[in-house]
Ligand binder design. Structure first.
Ligand code: NAP
Ligand code: F7E
Length: 324
């Protein structure tokens, strides 16, 4: 039976990847950092099916001991400080988690067993002020936030360990991917949660920042499949994962409100305090390489994603209201 360690198991992608690997017959070890209260909402349904193991991206020895204990075949490094605005208020911490944390994972593999396959969760935020559109594996990076800068470090240290030590280490450059398990602070979930509250009469409006920013949004369930495919493909190489379509925040909001029969203009308020010091104004990925080599393609389109998220938020908020 194959063993996999997933860092960031309590996050959106960690929970979907665990679902996928369990379905494929893996023994899954979810790495969590110590916290005073458990944050297992997204993996509640996996209790008893996965092993929870403790280690922290900031603690090298804890990661080495984890590798020695589990002897994994595959490691998926999804843990990070992943919220872009927080990377301006906590830039050093973001660098430690999101950047140097990757080196700690790679060092542990190098020390314990170089045959362990490693996946690094890289990001379209590395393209930042885009040099060309659409962006592919060869597009130069120009990150626009401390988060993006840290991810560029994580990407190149992964490439460097592959080239220096002949390790199977790959970087998946994933464009934005969303789901009903997305954190409430990210714009898509903030919108669908707000739409559900407004439709159910418990909120009046949603305050958003830049409505003109464009993103290439896909469904997280599709994207974790690409992560797994990258580790099954030889030789180790990097891939862009995206839908190839780009939409504005405004369009996302319009679709979400339309789904419940409302006009977004009446409910969305722009709050300039939510603007970013440096914005990534447009992202659109070219997933041709993943399509050609991995045979990966997204199954859920934007309309399907919006529908799935709004409906899940309506059900969740109705349940909360019925318990009051
Ligand atoms: P997420 O929901 O924010 O989850 C982040 C995870 O990292 C959480 O499980 C968190 O654990 C864990 N973590 C943070 N600091 C840690 C530390 N010091 N030690 C151990 N664990 C730590 O992120 P996501 O959306 O699932 O994204 C997964 C990865 O893909 C991230 O690296 C993100 O930067 C990257 N990415 C995401 C997207 C996207 O659109 N979602 C696109 C490209 C790349 P706690 O529960 O303890 O906080
Ligand atoms: O912002 C604009 C905001 O926070 C998207 C992370 O998973 O994907 C994510 O990063 C856009 C930006 O995601 C609000 O200015 C407007 O242009 O949902 P987001 P992100 O910054 O693209 C990448 C690929 C990652 O790797 C990251 O880890 O939406 N926007 N109004 C807003 N954004 C937020 N959060 N809140 C607003 O009110």
């Amino acid at each position: 039976m194959k063993r996999a360690i997933i860092t960031g198991i309590t996050g959106q992608d960690g929970s979907y990847l665990a679902d996928l690997l369990l379905a494929k017959g893996y023994k899954v070890y979810g790495m969590v950092r110590r916290s005073s209260t458990e944050n297992f909402e997204r993996i509640e349904h996996l209790r008893g099916k996965i092993s929870i193991v403790q280690a922290d991206l900031l603690d090298q020895l804890s990661i080495i001991e984890l590798m020695e204990e589990v002897e994994p075949h595959e490691v998926y490094n999804l843990a990070a400080q992943s919220f872009v605005p927080t990377s301006w208020t906590q830039p050093t911490l973001t660098g430690e988690f999101t950047g140097l944390g990757v080196t700690k994972m790679l060092e542990a593999i190098k020390l314990v067993n170089r045959k362990i396959k490693f996946y690094q969760a890289s990001s379209s935020e590395m393209f930042g002020k885009v040099r060309e559109t659409p962006q592919n594996e060869l597009t130069p990076f120009y990150p626009r936030s401390p988060y993006g800068v840290a991810k560029v470090y994580g990407h190149f240290i992964t490439v460097n360990y592959r080239e220096s030590y002949d390790m199977f280490a790959v970087s998946g450059i994933l464009f934005n991917h969303e789901s009903p398990r997305r954190g409430l602070e990210f714009v898509t979930r903030k919108i669908t949660d707000g739409v559900a509250r407004i439709a159910l009469g418990v909120a009046k409006d949603i305050r958003l920042g830049n409505l003109h920013a464009k993103r290439d949004w896909g469904f997280a369930g599709d994207y974790v499949e690409a992560m797994w495919m990258m580790l099954q493909h030889k030789p180790a190489e990097d891939f862009v994962i995206a839908t190839g379509e780009s939409h504005t925040v405004k369009e996302f909001a319009r679709l979400a409100f339309e789904h419940v029969g409302l006009n977004w203009r009446k409910y969305v308020k722009v709050d300039e305090k939510l603007y970013r010091p440096a914005e990534v104004t447009q992202l659109r990925g070219n997933p041709a390489k993943a399509r050609r080599i991995l045979r990966w393609r997204p199954r859920v389109d934007l309309a399907g994603l919006v529908r799935m998220m709004v409906e899940a938020d309506i059900v969740r908020i109705q349940e909360q209201l019925s318990k009051r």
